[in-house]
Design a protein around this ligand. Structure first.
Ligand code: UD1
Ligand code: CA
Length: 466
């Protein structure tokens, strides 16, 4: 049967005590709402409608295309939020799944189960329930024997109802006509003076409609994030889930509790991730790499047998067998070639470092092309910025740049050429030549000895005066 999904994301999230809309709070580099949208997408629904309100522009920006947006101007409750989405269901017939945007741990598999149990039972609605140890803040499922009678919100619940161990996870699958019927009858007669979506269940039950409740196996899937503490709990669970998945596929994670890998990252077999690594975005890592400890990688493509230690890498390509760190910063637009080396306290930006080239110590390389096998000595700086514009530096194949060379761009060091240590190179150096910019050294023979001796005499005089 046809399926549409409504995701509720208009609430402010008062309990987060934040300027930011709740569903934009991040877990492993992605906003909560993104996880929910991804889970919904696995169902391949005919359409997805996201209800936005508080900070609607910001929320809209963080949702990738392919969804419809409904606006809830005033946050009058979850039932009211769903009402705002109905115009976007124009022309759609079938079943409507509703998910709260603050339940980032929900999986596509569970959502599929919820749809199929509604279909099999022919119920007007199937709803997801959980039995977590901490039930604070959730709606409770009130049953008569097996039959679901209603959902009662904690604020409206009697002391007996609060003892019920089954809670509402905020995910439902309705027949569209049953949903419309119930929405028309929801009122604000409750403790929060809000239109509760949860009332739809009692309304349908009173009509004699069939209601099925499916309890999630892993209670965490039903975790609704209302506070920062729940955000941290959700992050911990998600992190474990992702790390387990990588370990299952052949990645060694030395300490999973100290490893932060986003759900979007792919890692090859026999790669080892040492503690305290943050690997985010569209990052792909090959096989047999050694990553970490203490590495942050965002949106990078990393080949096989790469070693990275104590480093920050963003939007870069690192080819096979390159060695990076400890303590380097590789910035966007950089490609580090096969077997190349980027050493300690080196920053590389928007540059191509070819195969087997070496930038081993204390350098800044920006807007540069460093040829195959070239070597930049310690302290080499590409002076790429003249205060107005950026300029390019080219160091050709097998060139040898002496320590502490300033390469004032635009400038080119030819193939196999040398620069003398300490030179400020402002003119191109032709291939196989030496570029040297340094005043001549003068040695004053015996100067130091004389100085010591005269100093020695003075200090003897001073001492005898005392
Ligand atoms: C809701 C349920 C509760 C359930 C819990 C599961 C109701 C009345 N209560 O409570 O039974 O146990 O979720 O996590 O539905 N939202 C809007 N517009 C609004 C209000 C909320 O879009 O006017 C969105 C929020 O952005 C959020 C979701 O709906 O993503 C749930 O709202 P929230 O206020 O967190 O509801 P809970 O109190 O957690
Ligand atoms: Ca909630």
């Amino acid at each position: 049967m046809n399926l549409a999904v409504i995701i509720l994301a208009a609430g402010e999230g008062t309990r987060m005590k934040s300027k930011k809309p709740k569903v934009l709070h991040e877990i492993l580099g992605q906003p909560m709402i993104a996880y929910v949208v991804d889970a919904a997408r696995t169902l391949e629904p005919e359409r997805i409608v996201v209800v936005v309100g508080h900070g609607s522009e910001l929320v809209r920006q963080r949702i990738n295309g392919g969804v419809r947006i409904a606006i809830q101007e005033e946050q009058l409750g979850t039932g009211h939020a769903v009402m705002q989405a109905i115009p976007e269901l124009e022309g759609f017939e079938g079943q409507v799944m509703i998910i709260c945007g603050d339940t980032p741990l929900i999986t596509g598999r569970t959502l599929t189960g919820l749809v199929s149990s509604r279909e099999k039972s022919g119920a007007a609605v199937s709803l997801l329930t959980a039995k977590p140890t901490d039930r604070t803040g959730y709606g409770r499922i009130v049953r008569d024997g097996n039959r679901v009678l209603k959902i009662v919100e904690e604020k409206d619940a009697s002391p007996e109802e609060r003892l019920i161990d089954e809670i509402n996870a905020g995910t439902y699958c309705f027949k569209k006509d049953a949903l419309l019927f119930a929405l028309g009858r929801i009122s604000v007669e409750n403790a929060q003076k809000e239109y509760y979506l949860t009332d739809a269940v009692e309304i349908l039950a009173l009509q004699g409609e069939k209601i099925v409740a499916c309890t999630v196996e892993e209670p965490a899937e039903g975790l609704g994030v209302n506070s920062r503490s729940q955000l941290a709990r959700a992050a911990r669970i998600l992190r474990r889930r992702i790390n387990e998945c990588h370990m299952f596929s052949g990645v060694t994670i030395v300490e999973p509790d100290l490893t932060f890998i986003s759900s979007t990252v792919r890692i090859g077999r026999d790669t080892t991730i040492h503690p305290n690594c943050y690997i985010e975005g569209e990052t792909v890592i090959g096989e047999e790499c050694e990553i970490g400890p203490n590495v942050r990688i965002v949106d990078c493509s990393i080949g096989d047998e790469v070693q990275v230690e104590q480093a920050v890498l963003k939007s870069a390509t690192i080819e096979d067998r390159a060695v990076l760190g400890p303590f380097c910063h590789v910035r966007p637009g950089t490609r580090i070639g096969r077997g190349a080396k980027i050493g300690g306290f080196v920053e590389v930006k928007q540059s191509e470092i070819e195969e087997e080239a070496k930038v081993p110590h204390l350098s800044y390389v920006g807007d540069a092309k460093i040829g195959k096998g070239a070597n930049l000595g310690a302290g080499t700086i590409t002076c790429n910025f003249d205060g107005f514009e950026k300029h390019e530096t080219v160091v050709e194949e097998d060139a040898f740049v002496g320590s502490d060379t300033m390469l004032v761009a635009p400038v080119r060091i030819g193939k196999g050429a040398f620069t003398g240590a300490g030179s400020v190179i402002t003119k191109d150096v032709p291939a196989d030549s030496l570029g040297l910019e340094r005043s001549e050294q003068k040695n004053s023979i015996g100067w130091a000895k004389k100085r010591r001796e005269s100093r020695g005499k003075k200090s003897v005089e001073r001492r005898s005066k005392r």
